[in-house]
Write a protein that binds this ligand. Structure first.
Ligand code: K7E
Ligand code: CUA
Length: 659
């Protein structure tokens, strides 16, 4: 039975391979007979891993189970999300505040989980905003974005957010070099070489609370920083960044930034940088950036504008940054679990260079330089090189590790994942992906202790993998079993947005981290909370009307409101009185230029509504909460400005009619 099924798939796949020339050759036989079993998680059974996947241009982070590929949740981070009221409720709006004001969208490429001693600890996951540079921290007790910090002096925060071994710092390198915020930016674009600078941000993370703070930045010559990873073990205290456009082109980068044979991996001694900061070598610079934090007691965000950053100059302090030549426009920059090997993936290179941390240290000691780049010493290529992986594939992008001495690299152009031995640099296996693969992820695969077992490839152009859906097709993720010598495809599934980097952790690590099930009403410190129906009321303050509303299965209190006038601003502060897991209520009102509210048990959330006409407007609960959910509704009457309808509100009584 099973074989017949596989044969049928083979026939179909081969048939379509003839029609579609761009399909990888071995597409038909990639799935073996027992694959379905390996990815099958029976209904009611839990997955082995949580998988946190960046949403790319969706700006969100999605949570899948591995190996089933089941989607559990989409966590709103940098983009507004009407489904959850993120960026629509008054409480969440400050989370998306920046020095440019409210920014309702961004481009999230990389997720990175917090670590302790170089191991994934399951507390937080960080994400980067590329467009308007920011870093977010998502709390894995609540699966909510808890904090967002903006990064000054940056443009295109791509090389981010990568963390050090004990989450001392989350680090971010600017993709676009730009004139610093503290310098004059009104300069001719063709003065890139003189006026454009790169900045690397070191954002400290509080050990207990996780709260971030922009500790310092390092200013470098203008280049594009693409990706990075922290050293670990023996290389703890160092950070490695891939740089391209070391040609410093400001136009047609496609050609002009591909001139040089080699660009650089920049090695940063951040422990040394810390010493310089302590010694007062950082220059205070005037900048402007927002720091937004979520308070679990007031269920509200606060946005604070900050105006200063300490900047160290890499060209003045000669021993914090070193350049290592790396062929050719490197993208991924990945450090193996031992911390000894640094892999630079040159997008246009026909080989993969692997650098040795020990050799690099010896080269620095012996000053084996071949000159400098904008005042930063350039180490001789051979002096830092462990070796090269020859003929690995075309267009190497990213590498992860299984903790057994193997590395796995994605190849965008040749659409494959290649497994190779870190020490001998021999290619061991290769497997096709559908199609052009970007990032890949092995659970814990960029930590000191990878969990191994699965490898997920996150693919870009996924033509004819799934049923067509118009001009835009779903991107795909593909799971490979890597427990044996050969990689085996076991499942693929579509993703939210465009996936880039991802992280994963064993399910128990997160499931048992003391997850919040509901907010305790007695701990609710929201200034407009109504902690029981007796506290429900409507209060007028000038043209502002505050509705202290409660919700419980299956009614709102109050559910009849009169005495609101055209020109009023109405604030519905809805407290969910439930004290039980997974019983949210929703709130929506006709004509609102806004999203809905989705209020967790014990939480208070506010929807602002400005009526635009006289009339009577229904509101209702949007979350199917009980058999009488459809009865969970109410009315608000809006009268002309200046009319004498008294302010009144009720539940369960017909208040006397007024004209
Ligand atoms: Cu390679 Cu933006 Cu990490 Cu995508 S980046 S693939
Ligand atoms: Cu509350 Cu439906």
């Amino acid at each position: 039975m099973k074989n017949k099924f596989v044969q049928a798939i083979l026939v179909i796949a081969l048939g379509s391979a003839l029609v579609t020339s761009c399909k990888p050759k071995s597409s038909g036989d990639a799935v073996s007979g027992d694959a379905a079993e390996k990815a099958y998680v029976a209904p009611g059974k839990y997955d082995e891993f949580y998988n946190f996947v960046s949403g790319g241009f969706s700006g969100q982070l999605s949570v899948y189970g591995l190996p089933s590929g089941r989607l559990f949740r989409v966590i709103p981070v940098f983009s507004v999300d009407p489904e959850k009221g993120w960026g629509y409720s008054e409480e969440t709006k400050p989370m998306l505040n920046t020095s440019h004001g409210f920014v309702p969208w961004d481009d999230l490429h990389h997720t990175e989980m917090s670590q302790t001693n170089g191991e994934v600890d399951g507390r937080w996951v960080f994400g980067n905003a590329n467009n308007t540079p920011r870093i977010a921290r998502i709390d894995l007790k609540t699966f909510k974005t808890a904090e967002i910090i903006e990064l000054p002096n940056s443009g295109g925060n791509h090389s981010s957010p990568f963390i050090t071994e004990n989450t001392e710092y989350v680090v971010a390198g600017t993709r676009f070099s730009v004139p610093a915020d503290y310098s004059n930016g009104d300069v001719p674009i063709n003065t890139y070489k003189e006026n454009y600078k790169g900045h690397i941000s070191f954002v400290s993370v509080d050990k207990k609370s996780g709260e971030m703070d922009l500790a310092f930045q390092i200013v470098t010559p203008g280049v594009n920083f693409d990706l990075s990873h922290a050293g670990k073990g023996k290389s703890h205290g160092w950070f490695f960044f891939s740089c391209y456009n070391t040609e410093q082109a400001n136009t047609l980068l496609e050609v002009n930034a591909s001139q040089k044979d080699k660009d650089f991996i920049m090695a940063v001694n951040w422990k040394k940088a810390e010493e310089y900061i302590k010694a007062g070598k950082g220059k205070k610079q005037k900048v402007k950036y927002a720091h937004n934090t979520w308070d679990e007691h007031t269920h509200s965000a606060k946005s604070v504008m900050k105006d200063e950053v300490l900047v160290l100059d890499a060209s003045e302090l000669k021993d914090i940054c070193y350049m290592i030549p790396c062929p050719k426009s490197p993208h991924g920059c990945d450090v193996d679990p031992t911390g000894e090997f640094i892999v630079g993936s040159g997008k246009l290179a026909a080989l993969i260079p692997v650098f040795s941390f020990d050799k690099m240290q010896a080269a620095i000691k012996g000053k084996k330089y071949e000159g400098d780049y904008g005042g930063i010493p350039v180490i001789k290529y051979e002096e830092a090189l462990h070796g090269e992986v020859q003929k690995p594939g075309l267009g190497p992008l990213h590498t992860e590790f299984d903790g057994k001495g193997n590395a796995y690299t994605t190849f965008f152009v040749s659409s494959e994942v290649v497994k190779w031995d870190i020490k001998t640099l021999k290619v061991l296996d290769r497997v096709a992906t559908y199609y052009s693969v970007g990032h890949l992820m092995i659970p814990g695969g960029d930590s000191k202790k990878p969990f191994g077992k699965y490898l997920v490839a996150y693919n870009k152009i996924t033509k004819d993998r799934y049923l067509p859906t118009g001009p835009e097709l779903a991107q795909s993720a593909q799971i490979f079993d890597i427990s044996g010598d050969k990689m085996k495809l076991i499942l693929d599934f579509p993703t939210i947005g465009e996936p880039h980097y991802a992280q994963a952790a064993p399910a128990d690590l997160i499931r048992n981290n003391g997850q919040l099930k509901f907010y305790k009403l007695e701990d609710n410190k929201h200034p407009y909370a109504a902690k029981g129906e007796k506290e429900a009321k409507v209060v007028r303050e000038g043209n502002k009307v505050h509705v202290y509303m409660t919700s419980i299965r299956s009614h709102f209190a109050p559910d009849n409101i009169e005495g609101v006038f055209l020109g009023d601003e109405v604030y519905f502060h809805v407290t969910n009185l439930e004290q039980d897991w997974d019983v949210p209520h929703g709130f929506a009102i006709k004509g609102a230029n806004n999203g809905e509210l989705l209020i967790m048990p014990g939480e208070t959330t506010t929807l602002k509504w400005v009526p635009d006409r006289v009339g009577t407007f229904p509101f209702y609960c949007t979350d199917f909460c009980s058999a009488l959910h459809q009865e969970m509704q109410g009315y608000i009457r809006v009268s002309p400005k200046g009319s004498n309808v008294p302010l009144q509100f009720s539940l369960g009584t017909n208040v006397p009619a007024t004209k």
